[in-house]
Design a protein around this ligand. Structure first.
Ligand code: ADP
Ligand code: GLC
Length: 478
């Protein structure tokens, strides 16, 4: 039995700000339990403590001394659906309302990475593999190989680092490496910790992990180019032999229109009735006109430049000239929030902007809308389009990253596909495809239904990708 420790900063059902949490929950569940004993370590953030404290069991106390950091920490354990979760408690760094976005995030992440290792030592638990996710935990391989390497059990651990989003790198003053992570200067001087004259957690993860993965095949190629490489394309090309693209899946139980707490459950046989009932319920809930024939489109997303919010902000007026309704759920950059507030004000009863994070509403939207808008500028994988397809909601996406790999475009001649796609990041290109989708929805109902059936029968589970991760794990541990 091989031991794998997932180290991340968010994971369902405890804490989620985006797709990372979906993956940190769904992938461990999908790995073969006969071969892998997986644990997940997360910070005990304030909201988790408030909601789940009764389910946690205290394990131990340990100390974290790292540069200027001198803190105590506790570790708690909790079983969730057969996976053991470990939570690191420290009020100085984790007792906060939000997950990210603090001026001392560099210190919080530094503390967390060192604390994971101190926790392992205290618990005498040494996994065969540590699987780290995004820049928040990217420093762990370097800590194991350069600072804790006197401990043979730690030095032996292999490292898989998954890039979920290359844009967020954790670039800080180089002093972070010495003041909070207590690295030796020689590893910076002309060693792997250096990034120009700065510290870059993402870069260190890419350089020090044994295997680097990212969340789709296309994104794995894209990030090796200067267009998508975010300044790290050179090092990604250098690690090319150890870089793999493995597409995400979703948890088939959390996201299941047959059992979900939505207005009306449905499956691939009765989706017409089911989707119509959910559409009506959604229109009612959001104060939209109860209109079964309106083409109801939506977005469930962080409203950032990544997600193509700009295209939808610019073109919603154009879309609404047709028999269309729009619902947007999400928060983000002020200019997009403002644009969507205006959209709602000018189109009462036909457009709704819900500014916030709302898990239940997200489920109702995926079930109730006809089409999901996801015209991302770039998209490492994307979880929303996978959920949409499972709910028989056709995605309209830009052909980038995981969107390109998962959404096969409608071909009206061959009668194939499960969504609509466009190439250049251009609002007119998006509108051409939007109009094509609208026409298909209104005039070619049989094709629309065929696309729904294709989308609903497409395998969006983690099963296949979990096998690919297992192959990498066994490559490292044989
Ligand atoms: P990213 O991780 O880049 O934000 P993904 O498509 O991979 O994008 O994952 C987004 C996840 O977060 C999906 O599960 C989506 O349903 C969810 N989500 C995004 N915004 C909201 C919101 N405002 N309320 C509820 N869920 C949201
Ligand atoms: C990131 C990416 C998104 C991906 C998610 C989970 O947040 O932006 O595309 O689906 O991570 O891997």
């Amino acid at each position: 039995m091989k031991k794998v420790l997932f180290a991340a900063f968010e994971g369902l059902p405890f804490i989620k700000t985006g797709g990372l949490a979906d993956v940190v929950y769904a992938l461990p569940k999908a790995l073969n339990k006969e071969e892998y004993e997986v644990k997940v370590v997360l910070p005990l953030l304030k909201s988790v403590k408030q909601k789940y404290y009764d389910r946690l069991t205290y394990v131990d106390h340990f100390e974290v001394h790292s540069g200027y950091i001198n803190e105590g920490a506790n570790v708690y354990t909790c079983d969730n659906e057969g996976i053991e979760y470990l939570f690191i408690e420290n009020d100085t760094f984790f007792n906060r309302d939000d997950v990210y976005g603090y001026g001392d995030d560099n210190c919080r992440f530094s503390f967390y990475n060192v604390a994971v290792l101190e926790m392992m030592i205290k618990m005498d638990y040494y996994p065969d593999i540590i699987h780290t996710h995004d820049y928040h935990t990217a420093i762990l391989p370097a800590l194991c190989k350069l600072r804790f390497n006197q401990n043979e059990k730690i030095a032996r651990i292999k490292h898989v680092f998954t890039i979920h989003n290359l844009v967020y790198q954790g670039i800080y003053d180089k002093q972070v490496l010495f003041d909070f992570l207590a690295f030796d200067y020689r590893h910076f001087a002309n060693g792997p910790l250096r990034f120009n004259d700065l510290c870059n957690f993402m870069k260190i993860g890419i350089e020090m992990a044994d295997i680097v993965t990212t969340v789709s095949k296309t994104y794995a190629q894209e990030i090796q180019t200067s267009e998508f490489g975010e300044g790290l394309d050179m090092i990604l090309r250098y690690r090319n032999q150890d870089l793999y693209g493995i597409v995400n899946g979703i948890d088939p139980e959390i996201w299941n229109p047959k059992t979900d707490k939505i207005a009306c459950n449905y499956n691939i046989r009765n989706y017409l009735k089911g989707k119509a009932a959910n559409k009506l319920a959604l229109q009612r809930e959001l104060g939209l006109q109860e209109d079964p024939d309106a083409f109801l489109v939506g977005m469930v997303s962080r409203l950032t430049f990544q997600k193509g919010a700009e295209l939808v902000a610019n073109m919603n007026g154009e879309m609404l000239k047709k028999h269309v309704q729009i619902v947007i759920l999400g928060t983000g950059e002020a200019k997009y929030e403002y644009a969507f507030r205006m959209m709602e004000d000018w189109n009462k009863g036909r457009a709704c902007y819900y500014a916030g994070y709302n898990e239940q509403l997200a489920h109702s939207i995926y079930a109730g809308i006809d089409m999901l808008l996801m015209p991302s500028l770039f998209e490492p994988c994307g979880i929303s389009q996978l959920i949409a397809m499972r709910y028989g909601t056709l995605p309209l996406v830009r052909e980038t990253g995981g969107l390109k790999d998962t959404v096969e475009p409608y071909d009206c001649y061959k009668k194939t596909g499960r969504g609509f796609t466009f190439g250049p990041y251009d609002q007119n290109d998006m509108m051409n495809v939007f109009n094509y989708a609208y026409e298909t929805y209104t005039k070619y109902r049989d094709d629309w239904k065929m696309l729904i059936r294709n989308a609903m029968s497409y395998d969006v589970s983690f099963a296949k990708s979990a096998k690919e991760y297992e192959e990498l794990y066994s490559k490292l541990t044989k």
